[in-house]
Design a protein. Structure first.
Length: 97
């Protein structure tokens, strides 16, 4: 499974790299703090799988990086090979500020 650190993700964003950012946390978590991207809560992932492209890199994030690993494993089982986990999730992102 591919991983990306918060500083690396910030670099991707600053450079204009073409990728999709997906927040898989629940709505209340996203309202508290987020770094943008598409909001697809983990509980809705199976029903919204068609919103995730297979033709570019997709970075998934959650609060600590655990749920996003699980989500990536599920999506890989559905044929995705372009997924990247934000290591440490929002916790690591905030610590890197």
């Amino acid at each position: 499974m591919k991983q990306i650190t918060s500083p690396e993700l910030k670099q991707w964003t600053a450079s204009g790299k073409d990728f999709l950012l997906v927040d898989i946390r629940e709505g209340w978590e996203r309202e508290s703090y987020n770094i943008g991207g598409v909001h697809i809560p983990m509980s809705e992932l199976a029903g919204r799988i068609d919103e995730i492209p297979k033709d570019k890199e997709v970075v998934l994030y959650c609060e600590k990086g655990i749920r996003s690993v699980i989500a990536i494993q599920r999506l890989e089982g559905a044929g995705f090979h372009n997924l990247v986990n934000l290591t440490g999730g929002m916790k690591a992102w905030k610590e890197a500020l």
